[in-house]
Design a protein around this ligand. Structure first.
Ligand code: PMV
Length: 329
């Protein structure tokens, strides 16, 4: 019986993905661009050992996973089994170093680690492109966590999704930036990204405008990364996040992920900037605020965010590598 353990870092989008052109294949309506992180991520072990009770045995952070999580993992494993011609159920042990489903992108690192561990455990050796495509089927943002550093995800044009994969932006390597995460609430987010994207696409008056805005932001972000221009990249990240949230807020019923501490953290970032620190926020499908800054400013930025009303704690993460196998036996 062979098993494999893989780790993947989560990633935070600086040009957001918000909307699908195909829900079944998780094909994005637009490209996106992100930074893969080092400390925040997922470690997953998969063994096709028959599982338990006729199904896959899935544990999350040391305890049996909830039904929804386990079903999503099993559906993903079914794709790997089909590809490998394997029938055996599996034991899956997964542990997150970020709170699950709180808008801290645990699904990105989760499906990247699961894609790599499960394919290796099944005896498959996928190329990075194939892994990115497979991870995307679990969660759109997971396609980006296959690669390290700054990563661009292609919208793709094909109906089968073969070209909707991520690739690393070489220009981003060895840029000393940090992402400071300000956690502003405990517990799970109010509405998952898939349901929220679908509602935004179907009902938001601003959705088409959002989609039209992304290509320009992608081109500008690529240029800013190439030039190591933090203020330029930060300005793009802020406007992409605000436009994404604006499109969600304009859905019916409206989707509002923020809480008072989210706004307080935004105010802190703006105040830091007024005092001369280059710090820029982004916000995903949750109330937390992630702040891009230079490595040398990270402690100062984290301290200011920690002092912000309603911020529960802060984490500092650096750019990290792509998904990798850490144990294969
Ligand atoms: O990968 P999903 O389906 O959880 O969607 C991620 C959506 C955002 O995190 C809000 C934006 C992004 O590009 O990661």
């Amino acid at each position: 019986m062979t098993g494999a353990t893989a780790v993947a870092g989560t990633n935070i989008a600086l040009v957001k993905y918000w909307g699908k052109r195909d829900e079944a294949l998780n094909l994005p309506a637009t490209g996106s661009l992100s930074l893969t992180l080092d400390r925040l991520g997922t470690r997953t072990r998969v063994v096709f050992d028959g599982g338990a009770g006729g199904g896959d045995a899935v544990t999350l952070d040391g305890a049996p996973a909830g039904a929804k999580f386990a079903a999503r993992a099993s559906a993903f494993l079914d794709r790997v089994r089909a590809r490998a011609g394997l029938a055996a159920r599996a034991t899956v042990e997964t542990a997150n170093s970020v709170p699950t489903a709180a808008g801290l992108a645990s699904s990105a690192s989760g499906f990247a680690a699961l894609a790599l561990a499960a394919t290796r455990a099944a005896g498959l050796e996928l190329s990075p492109d194939e892994l990115s495509e497979l991870a995307r089927l679990g969660s759109g943002s997971a396609a980006r966590s296959i690669f390290g550093g700054f990563v661009e995800m292609a919208r793709g044009a094909r109906a089968d999704g073969r070209d909707a994969v991520a690739h690393p932006l070489a220009a981003g390597t060895s840029w000393e930036v940090r992402l400071v995460v300000a956690i502003t609430a405990a517990g799970e987010k109010t509405i998952g990204s898939t349901a929220a994207m679908s509602r935004t696409g179907a009902t938001s008056l601003y959705y088409d405008a959002w989609v039209r805005s992304v290509d320009g932001d992608l081109a500008a972000a690529r240029a800013a990364i190439g030039a190591r221009d933090l203020p330029a990249l930060g300005a793009i990240a802020e406007r992409s996040a605000l436009r994404m949230h604006a499109s969600a807020m304009a859905a019916d019923p409206p989707i509002l992920y923020w809480n008072p501490a989210t706004l307080a953290a935004i105010a802190t970032v703006r105040a830091l900037r007024e005092r001369g620190t280059a710090a820029f926020f982004t916000i995903d499908a949750g109330p937390h605020v992630k702040v891009l800054c230079a490595a040398a400013d990270a402690d100062h930025v984290a301290a200011a965010l920690s002092d912000t009303a309603g911020v529960l704690r802060t984490l500092v993460a650096a750019p990290g590598p792509g998904a990798r196998v850490v144990e294969a036996a």
